[in-house]
Design a protein around this ligand. Structure first.
Ligand code: MN
Ligand code: MN
Length: 337
């Protein structure tokens, strides 16, 4: 790594916010990145800064999985994978930590022996955090956690357009008669009225299903779908255009199940499906969503026990960085009027 400062990139889009200087991570050229705090991106804690534009919060819960367990260790793995992040995001031309206060809110502890109690705890914890933070980026945890996060987000913004990156639909009804699992959160979200269905979309679906009816049932719920094969045949730009057209001006929640990536890019997950997106494709689609009205996000299903060389944790950490960059650009646009 060079020890001299990098050449200046393009300036961020707009002026930095007025007011006292924001608290960011220690300079990685002065304090080695492997030596800093254990927060995401070595950012300050939410308790240290009081309020934040964006809070990154861990949700170490994986009692809703149907196959391999282990995503309860996702938040600490993603935080460990975030140490290498640097302050400037050249693809988005923004410094995510400098244009808005971003902080690590720690973890929301949830009962691993009661899914229904855990969902209540997470929804309450997220709602409380939204009293101190403008937006949440949650680190899962299995995909069950998206339901309480959507409840809290809809409590603030009303029904949201869901942009759901996942190999799976996650709109099944029950497993073993259990209604709350990592394969059912978006069916429950539809029933609870927290989604704007005319504007919601799955991206990156693939892999075997139980029956043809699975796709029909999902379609009947009101979701649009952009499959991995669609993206392979029509390209990233087409996927971006379709998501943007679908979401429009609605408040949008982005939920990223890391298994949307090919297992070559994200082996550390509970229900891997071959034939998935590359990290580069997913990042390109995500960055192409700049300008949608992003109100919240999660990155879930990172299970580090199956990971190799931090491939999955690094990908997840960089996706969180992309999301923080999108929120940073949004805050600059808002400040600029
Ligand atoms: Mn999945
Ligand atoms: Mn999922």
């Amino acid at each position: 790594m060079p020890s001299s400062p990098p050449p200046a990139g393009p300036p961020p889009a707009g002026p930095p916010p007025a007011g006292p200087p924001l608290a960011g991570p220690p300079d990685g050229r002065r304090i080695p990145r492997f030596a800093g705090p254990d927060t995401f991106g070595r950012l300050p804690t939410l308790d240290a800064v009081g309020r934040a534009a964006v809070a990154i919060v861990g949700i170490p819960f994986d009692s809703g999985v149907s196959y391999r367990p282990g995503a309860r260790f996702g938040p600490q793995a993603i935080r460990a994978g975030s140490k290498l992040l640097r302050p400037y995001h050249p693809a988005l031309a923004v410094q995510p930590w400098a244009v808005q206060q971003v902080a690590d809110a720690g973890d929301i502890p949830a009962n691993p022996f009661s899914i229904t109690e855990a969902i209540e705890t997470i929804a309450q914890g997220a709602a409380e955090l939204l009293g101190r933070a403008g937006h949440l980026i949650a680190l899962g945890g299995d995909h069950t956690v998206a339901l309480p996060l959507l409840r809290a987000t809809a409590g603030r913004h009303g029904p949201v357009a869901l942009v759901h990156f996942d190999a799976h639909l996650d709109t099944w009804d029950t497993y073993f008669d259990a209604p709350y699992t990592h394969g059912t959160p978006f069916r429950r979200a539809v029933e609870e009225g927290v989604l704007d269905l005319d504007c919601s979309v799955h991206v990156g679906t693939r892999g075997p299903l139980y029956a043809p009816d699975d796709l029909l049932a999902d379609h009947d719920l009101g979701f649009a779908t952009i499959t991995t094969i669609d993206i392979a045949e029509r390209g990233v730009a087409d996927a971006i255009a379709r998501v943007r057209a679908r979401v429009g001006e609605r408040p949008a929640y982005v939920s990223i199940d890391i298994d949307v990536l090919d297992p070559a890019h994200a082996p550390g997950t509970g229900t891997p499906e071959p034939g998935g997106l590359t990290s580069r494709e997913l990042m390109a689609i995500l960055r192409g969503l700049d300008g949608i009205r992003l109100v919240g996000a999660d990155v879930v299903e990172v299970a580090p026990a199956y990971d190799h060389a931090e491939l999955t944790a690094l990908a997840a950490a960089n996706l969180v960085y992309d999301l923080a960059g999108l929120l940073g650009l949004q805050s600059l646009r808002r400040a600029g009027g």
